[in-house]
Design a protein around this ligand. Structure first.
Ligand code: ZN
Length: 242
């Protein structure tokens, strides 16, 4: 059975529930961080995630921000506003859970990090130059990252040293031969102009990786964002997928 890989839930309960339903029965769930931030359902999302069986979960930059671990001046104005909103509402229980999360983890021949293996909480891997530099910072064959909210892949051919980058399409199964850096996309706030929630199924035995996209009730989340008084842009961007 495959492993469900998710990231960047961003307090979007409706998207998270749709992903868990769509993925069906899996062996394990690996969550690459950012459970909270932007969205209206932080405590609900933390609760759902901590109840997932066979879970490995990392801390993202938004999770670190609500814990006060990092300077929120590093975020843009609207992200800062939503972190302020979040600090007023997050429960002690949720905070304790977020505090318990590691920034990175190695499982078998896979390294997990929210942003990058070089800088697990903050760095975005968006281009081949950054990806190439990051291949030096993990010793496993594969590395899974989130943070960019884009289902990107970077394959490195071990013999030719040629890198193949790309944006993974829905339901296109990839067989992983050499080393790769892979991003499952974002559950709660996709940014590749496809508003559907994203997740990946990783089969370690067959060495395959497949992105899935799933529709969910976006208007209901937008309504909760408005009611919560969060920045309206956080609602608008959901229907456009950016
Ligand atoms: Zn994020």
């Amino acid at each position: 059975m495959p492993i469900l890989v998710i990231s960047d839930i961003h307090a979007n309960r409706t998207a998270l529930e749709a992903v868990l339903r769509d993925a069906g029965t899996v062996d394990e769930v690996w969550c690459l961080g950012d459970l909270v931030g932007y969205g209206p359902d932080p405590n609900e999302c933390v609760q759902i995630i901590r109840d997932v069986p066979h879970l490995t979960c990392l801390m993202g930059n938004h999770d670190a921000a609500v814990l006060g671990d990092i300077d929120i001046d590093a975020f843009n104005a609207e992200a800062r506003q939503s972190i302020g909103w979040l600090k007023d509402r997050i429960s002690t229980e949720s905070l304790d859970y977020l505090r318990s999360l590691p920034a990175s983890k190695v499982i078998g021949d896979v390294t997990l990090a929210h942003g990058s293996p070089r800088n697990p909480v903050w760095e975005y891997i968006l281009d081949t130059r950054t990806a190439r530099a990051n291949f030096e910072h993990f010793s496993t064959r594969l590395c899974l990252v989130g943070h960019s909210h884009l289902p990107l892949f970077f394959h490195l051919n071990a013999s030719s040293d040629v890198m193949t980058p790309g944006l993974a399409e829905d339901h296109r199964m990839m067989t992983l031969n050499g080393r790769s850096i892979l991003n499952p996309g974002s559950v709660g706030q996709p940014r590749d102009r496809d508003p559907r929630a994203a997740y990946a199924l990783f089969d370690p035995e067959a060495s395959t990786w497949e992105i899935h996209r799933v529709e969910y009730d976006i208007p209901s989340v937008q309504e909760r964002i408005r009611e919560a008084g969060l920045p309206i842009r956080h609602a608008l961007r959901l229907s456009e997928g950016w």
